[in-house]
Design a binder for this molecule. Structure first.
Ligand code: ACO
Length: 321
């Protein structure tokens, strides 16, 4: 017995911002041509008056309806997020309040690998008998963490949320998460400056900092390594997999991985053109869309693979139930 996903849902801001609008509003020296050629991104959703709790709650309600599960059946809410509307209580507590449930509720910071880190923990909880119906939510308001005077980073990210309902099952065949300790290449400085009289340290109000080419090299290396390891562990050939659902950070990263693995691009659905990089939200939104389009069917083998700040990375293999 492992776990299965019984429902998926998403929550998005209203405002869909094209590259052209982003360039116009920020006044940055950038263009639709540069952004779409270098990243594959054409637009992204950005919050105006929506909170991250709004997005997460919409995704949660959508996933519960899809699963046919009542909110009162949930015994654990786990949110993967860089940060909710408040540092404490957790975003999971804010969603629990909105949907009116009393259950365990906590957040997990796994950066862009957050969905896989959370899924790993959820599988442990369910297999240990500590939870039976878990609401796993990924939600990110990346726009709150970006410097809109920095064209190297602000064009890359988007806001959104996705949720999955997880119960006991036998779909999850393999999961592995790990990290390589490098906290410098991709980071978000602390926003808590504090005023303790006992410390001389003052945290800086910060934004996402990224050394793009180093992150690019890490990403391609880890994706190849993780996919090869997952397939070898299960004795699968690359073509035995129906779809590879990989973190949507940059189309060129995904294309490099496809070429290194010598696979057909048809097996790698992408949605980065419409969403940008939504960190932990990328993979569950892609999963939701592929299910909604009828592309993924029971019995299909899926590999999910992500990498993110840390550098965290990991993968899982699912035989869809
Ligand atoms: N518009 C126009 N020009 C730009 C922009 C922009 N938005 N951003 C950078 N440039 C310029 C640079 O200033 C530079 O100009 P210069 O040559 O005059 O100095 C030139 O374009 C090339 O910049 P590089 O940073 O060297 O370009 P690179 O080929 O590395 O591409 C990119 C940049 C797209 C960010 C790439 O490094 C990348 O995709 N890295 C992966 C990182 C990533 O995807 N991060 C997402 C988050 S991480 C995650 O999800 C785990």
């Amino acid at each position: 017995m492992t776990i299965k996903i019984t429902g998926t849902g998403i929550g998005l801001p209203k405002h869909h911002v094209t590259n052209q609008e982003l360039a116009e509003v920020t006044g940055l020296d950038t263009s639709d041509e540069w952004i779409s050629t270098m990243t594959g991104i054409k637009a992204r959703y950005i919050c105006d008056d929506e909170t991250i709790t709004d997005l997460a709650t919409t995704a949660a309600i959508d996933a519960l309806a899809d699963a046919g599960t009542s909110a009162t059946d949930i015994d654990y809410i786990l949110c993967a997020t860089i940060g909710g509307d408040t540092r404490t209580p957790a975003l999971a507590c804010a969603v629990a309040e909105r949907i009116g449930v009393e259950c365990a509720a906590a957040d997990l910071s796994g950066a862009c690998t957050g969905f896989l880190y959370a899924l790993d923990i959820v599988s442990c909880l369910i297999q240990a008998g500590r939870a039976s119906t878990v609401l796993l939510i990924c939600a990110e308001k990346m726009s709150a963490h970006l410097d809109y005077t920095d064209r190297n980073t602000c064009v890359l990210f988007g806001d959104g949320a996705a949720a999955v309902v997880v119960t006991a099952g036998s779909a999850l065949k393999y999961i592995h998460v790990t990290s390589h300790p490098d906290t410098q290449v991709l980071s978000l400085a602390n926003r808590m400056t504090g005023n303790s009289p006992f410390t001389h340290h003052r945290d800086e109000v910060g934004f996402v900092h990224m050394e793009g080419q180093k992150v690019f090299r890490y990403a391609v290396t880890y994706m190849e390594r993780e996919v090869v390891k997952a397939l070898a562990t299960l004795g699968l050939e690359p073509d035995d997999v129906d779809y590879y659902l990989v973190h949507q950070a940059n189309r060129r990263i995904i294309e490099s991985a496809i070429s290194r693995l010598k696979l057909s691009p048809d097996k790698f659905p992408m949605n980065i053109d419409r969403y940008g990089n939504m960190s932990s939200v990328s993979i569950p939104v892609l999963l939701h869309e592929q299910l909604a389009a009828g592309a993924i069917k029971p019995g299909d083998t899926l590999v999910m693979c992500a990498f993110g700040a840390g550098m965290t990375y990991g993968s899982c293999v699912v035989e869809w139930e």
